[in-house]
Design a protein around this ligand. Structure first.
Ligand code: F0G
Length: 494
C-alpha cells in the first residue's frame, strides 16, 4: 500500500492537533521569588502594578501586549543588517515597500516625491501627538469622535484642546448580545453628531480592534458605513490601526462573504475606506518599538488640509528625526519590515487569536465573568459582575485590589482598565465620575507564552474569584485627581 493513500485515510491533523505553528528559538529562564517577597515589593510600590519589577514576575506578565512581542529569528537576523546611516538608510526602502504591500500603494510616496505622506515615529502616541497638535491649530471647538479612543489617544486629543468623544456600540454593554463586532461605532449617534457638528470635526477615528471597548473587532460593514457617512459630510476618516491583522481575522471568520478571502486581501479592503491611519507597531507590527502615521496620497485628508503634511514633516524633524528614519534606529526599521511580513500569515494570526480565545474560554468555563465574545488581544474581566454579590463599591476600585492580590499571591500581572484608569475625581463634590466600562485586562503578548502558562493564570484568577470576599478595597493615597492617574497613583489596601 502506498503511504500517501494510507495517510489520506487517517484523520486530518487539523481536526485534533493544537501544535503551535512555530517553535522556541531561544528561551529565558525566570528568576525565582516567593509570594511574600512579591507582596513586600507591592507594598513598597504603593500597589501600583506598573512599578512592580518585571524580573519578579514568576507567572505571566499580561500587563500589555504592546512592545512585549517575542521576535522571530528572521527579525533578529534582520536586526543585524540594520543600516545606521543618517539619511535614507537601507531599511527605510524595505519598510516603504512593505507598508505599500500591506496597507496599499497610496500610503507611502516615493522619497523623491514632494508630498511626504508617511511618517515614522518611535511609538503610537508620538504619531497621535503629531497629528492632534497640528489639527488643534485649526481653531477652537473641535471634536474627534471614535468607536473608542485608547487612553493615550484621548489624552493627546485633549492636550491639544480638542474634545475626544467615544461612540461605543450599545452592544458592548449588552451581555445578551452575541454580536461578533461589539467594537463597532454607534452609527446612530455618529450620524446625529455629524448632522449638527460636522464643521467641527477635523477627522473621525475607528480604533481596530477597539482596545478600550474590550478589544472587540469592528466589522467591514461598520467600516464601510462610517466611511460613507463621514465622506458625505466631507469629514476624513482615520484608523487607529494598532491591531489591524487581529481585526481582519474576525472579519474573515465571522462576517458573511469573507470566509474565502485571504487576511491580506481583507486588510487591503479595510484600508481602502480610510484617508489615513496612525499605528503603534508595538502590537501588530510584531516589534518592541515603533509607530507610524500614514496619509493616503489622494485621500480626503490631504485634499482638505494641503498644508498639514508639511507641518507634520516639520514636527517630525524637530521632535523625532529626519523623515527617512523618524524616531527609529536603522536596525529597528529592519525588524519592523520583517515583522510586517510575518504578522499577516494565516497560520500566525489563526494561532494567535485562538490562543487568546482558548484562554478566555477557560476563564469562562471556570465561571469567571469575562466579556464575551472574547476579543483579539486580551481577555477582559468584568469587574462589576466579579464583585456583584460582595460589599465592594465602585469607589473601592475592586479591580485594583484584584490585580494587586493576583500579582502578590500568584505572580501574574494584569491591568485595571476601568473605574480607576478611566474614571475622574471631581474635586468640587469629592465624587468619582465613572466611565462606561469597568474591566481588568489580561493582555496576551505575541509569541511569548504557551497554553500551560495561561492555564495557570486562569486557575489563579479562579481561586481569587472563589474568595472574592477577601479581595481588599483600595484607598488612593496619591494621584487620585491627576490625569492618566493609573500610571502614577499609589494605594493602600483596606
Ligand atoms: N492606540 C491603541 C488602540 C493602543 O492600544 C495603544 C497602546 C496606542 C494607541 C498607543 O501606542 O503605546 O505605541 O504609544 N496600547 C498599549 C496597551 C499601551 O497596553 O494597550 P503606543
Amino acid at each position: 500500500m502506498k503511504l500517501t493513500k494510507l495517510v489520506a485515510a487517517l484523520p486530518d491533523e487539523k481536526s485534533f492537533s493544537s501544535a503551535r505553528p512555530y517553535f522556541n528559538h531561544a528561551v529565558e529562564f525566570k528568576s525565582i521569588f516567593s509570594a511574600a517577597e512579591r507582596a513586600k515589593m507591592l507594598e513598597q510600590v504603593g500597589f501600583n502594578v506598573f512599578f512592580f519589577p518585571s524580573e519578579m514576575i514568576t507567572g505571566c506578565d499580561l500587563l500589555s501586549d504592546s512592545g512585549t512581542t517575542t521576535m522571530t529569528n528572521e527579525q533578529w537576523a534582520a536586526l543585524h543588517l540594520g543600516d545606521e546611516a543618517y539619511g535614507s538608510n537601507k531599511g527605510y526602502f524595505l519598510l516603504k515597500e512593505q507598508i505599500k504591500a500591506t496597507f496599499g500603494e497610496k500610503f507611502f510616496n516615493e522619497h523623491t516625491a514632494n508630498l511626504q505622506n508617511a511618517f515614522i515615529f518611535h511609538q503610537g502616541r508620538a504619531c497621535e501627538n503629531a497629528l492632534f497638535s497640528v489639527l488643534g491649530k485649526l481653531g477652537p471647538g473641535l471634536i474627534i469622535p471614535s468607536n473608542g479612543h485608547f487612553d493615550t489617544t484621548h489624552a493627546n486629543i485633549e492636550a491639544n484642546k480638542i474634545a475626544a468623544l467615544n461612540l461605543f456600540s450599545h452592544e458592548l454593554k449588552d451581555e445578551d448580545s452575541n454580536s461578533h463586532f461589539k467594537g463597532n461605532m454607534d452609527i446612530v449617534r455618529f450620524k446625529e453628531l455629524l448632522k449638527t457638528r460636522h464643521k467641527n470635526i477635523p477627522v473621525a477615528f475607528l480604533t481596530l480592534t477597539n482596545n478600550t471597548g474590550g478589544g472587540q473587532p469592528v466589522s467591514m460593514e461598520n467600516i464601510k458605513e462610517v466611511s460613507k457617512i463621514s465622506k458625505s459630510y466631507d469629514v476624513p476618516l482615520f484608523f487607529d490601526a494598532c491591531r489591524f491583522v487581529e481585526n481582519a481575522w474576525f472579519i474573515q471568520q465571522y462576517e458573511p462573504g469573507y470566509k474565502s478571502k485571504s487576511i491580506k486581501a481583507i486588510i487591503r479592503e479595510m484600508f481602502s475606506y480610510v484617508d489615513g491611519f496612525t499605528i503603534s507597531f508595538k502590537k501588530d507590527g510584531l516589534v518592541n518599538m515603533g509607530g507610524g502615521l500614514f496619509l493616503k496620497n489622494d485621500g480626503l485628508f490631504v485634499k482638505k488640509y494641503p498644508k498639514i503634511p508639511d507641518a507634520l514633516t516639520n514636527y517630525q524633524i524637530v521632535k523625532e528625526g529626519h523623515p527617512s528614519y523618524g524616531g527609529l534606529s536603522g536596525r529597528s526599521i529592519m525588524t519592523l519590515a520583517a515583522g510586517l511580513k510575518i504578522v499577516t500569515r494565516e497560520e500566525y494570526i489563526t494561532h494567535r487569536i485562538n490562543q487568546v480565545l482558548d484562554f478566555g474560554n477557560i476563564m469562562k468555563k471556570k465561571g469567571i465573568p469575562v466579556l464575551t465574545p472574547i476579543g483579539g488581544h486580551a481577555v477582559y474581566l468584568d469587574v462589576n459582575r466579579f464583585f456583584s454579590d460582595t460589599l465592594m463599591k465602585a469607589e473601592d476600585f475592586g479591580g485594583i485590589g484584584l490585580t494587586a492580590l493576583l500579582l502578590a499571591a500568584y505572580g501574574h500581572r494584569a491591568c485595571e482598565l476601568g473605574y480607576f484608569a478611566f474614571g475622574q475625581y471631581d474635586k468640587l463634590n469629592g465624587k468619582e465620575i465613572l466611565p462606561e466600562v469597568n474591566f481588568v485586562r489580561f493582555a496576551i503578548p505575541r509569541l511569548r507564552y504557551e497554553k500551560q502558562d495561561l492555564d495557570s493564570t486562569a486557575e489563579a484568577v479562579k481561586i481569587l474569584y472563589e474568595q472574592r470576599e477577601k479581595i481588599p478595597k483600595a484607598k488612593v493615597v496619591y494621584g487620585r485627581e491627576l490625569p492618566l492617574r493609573h500610571f502614577k497613583a499609589r494605594f493602600e489596601m483596606k
